[in-house]
Write a protein that binds this ligand. Structure first.
Ligand code: UDP
Length: 335
């Protein structure tokens, strides 16, 4: 039986993807260094999956341990989530981002090379497109990183392109994620990072709901958008997770390297998301308009046609369902 190594499997996207892999009867083993997740995620994921959740506490920069884990578990493919992901933090601490994201991936790829594993699914990001020249963005859009975080993802994509050229039989897919929000239907797992410096919009909304902040800062209302606030392509975390199962099927059947946008294709502004969340939660979210955030673009939404057609993947959930599921996580975890 094949076995999937999931790096960063206890993080937001990793843990939700694990639940879908489990539903699809896929065997997996998780490697995570617990740098940005709570320990209780292990038991919660066990509950979500009715599975033992094989896992190792290990840093991806530890190549020797990775080789051992790959051999012990007869790993046949890898989904690589483990990375630092705060744009703002990457601007302040670029070296840390290059060290963990780039060197960490090189270490993992070395372990794969040593063990002959050549199937690789990589978590990339829409941030690689920077301030887009056009929307919806397709995969051929120029890559114009606005910050070190996006830069690390492009460097890794380039390394992967070179690997495919250097050796036969590699099968690699890079999924460029847009903006995942929401949670698993159980409300047991959600976007629950340890690091306060992660400041994506939905986690910030949740901080206000929980009383950790008394208002939501809206970063700029003077963009060239209908309501002046930034537009993004929010996608339900379960839709995004589902794309990994489809991508793994594709990897099993195709060699080479392929890039796919994973978004809904719909642009939603900060104020539209706020209103949608208020509607499902009944919670009134006070806001303060503040200045634009460094490294932010005005509008960014996907053309997901390539993933729709080639991976046979489509997003299913609408904005209200995304907010509903984010709200379930808050309600079930309000300590
Ligand atoms: N944003 C905001 N307040 C916050 C966090 C985010 O107004 O506290 C805005 C941000 O400027 C952007 C959108 O929400 O227009 C999405 O930001 P996020 O950090 O979630 O995603 P990214 O910018 O990386 O796509």
């Amino acid at each position: 039986m094949s076995c999937i190594l999931i790096t960063g499997g206890f993080g937001y996207i990793g843990s939700h993807t694990a639940t879908i892999l489990s539903e699809n009867n896929k065997k997996f083993v998780i490697v995570d260094n617990f740098s940005n997740c709570k320990r209780e995620i292990v038991d919660r994921l066990k509950m979500c999956t009715n599975d033992n959740v094989a896992h190792y506490e290990c840093d991806i920069r530890d190549t020797k341990s990775l080789v051992k884990i790959i051999k012990e578990n007869k790993v046949t493919s890898v989904i690589h989530f483990a990375a630092l992901k705060s744009v703002a933090d990457s601007i302040i601490n670029p070296l840390e981002y290059y060290e963990v994201n780039v060197n960490g991936t090189i270490s993992l790829l070395k372990a794969m090379k040593t063990t002959g594993v050549k199937k690789f699914l990589f978590s990339s990001t829409a941030a690689v497109y920077g301030e887009p020249d056009f929307c919806p963005i397709d995969e051929n859009h120029k890559l114009k990183p606005l910050n070190p975080y996006a830069q690390t993802k492009i460097i890794i994509e380039n390394i992967l392109k070179d690997i495919v050229k250097s050796e036969i039989n590699w099968s690699i897919v890079c999924l460029r994620y847009f903006n995942p929000i929401g949670s698993h239907k159980s409300g047991l797992i959600g976007d629950d990072p340890l690091m306060a410096k992660n400041s994506n919009l939905m986690p910030e909304i949740i901080k206000v709901v929980r009383g950790y902040k008394n208002h939501l800062d809206v970063f700029g209302d003077d963009y060239g958008t209908p309501d002046g606030t930034g537009i993004r392509d929010y996608i339900h975390i379960m839709d995004l997770s589902e794309a990994h199962v489809k991508a793994l099927d594709f990897i099993d059947k195709n060699n080479g390297i392929n890039f796919f946008n994973i978004g809904t294709g719909k642009g939603v502004s900060v104020l539209q998301l706020k209103t949608a969340f208020e509607k499902v939660s009944g919670f009134n979210l006070p806001i303060k308009i503040s200045k634009r955030r460094e490294g932010d673009c005005a509008i960014c939404y996907a053309n997901p046609k390539k993933a729709n057609e080639i991976l046979k993947w489509n997003s299913k959930y609408d904005l209200s369902q995304m907010c509903q599921s984010a709200w379930i996580f808050v309600e079930k975890n309000s300590k």
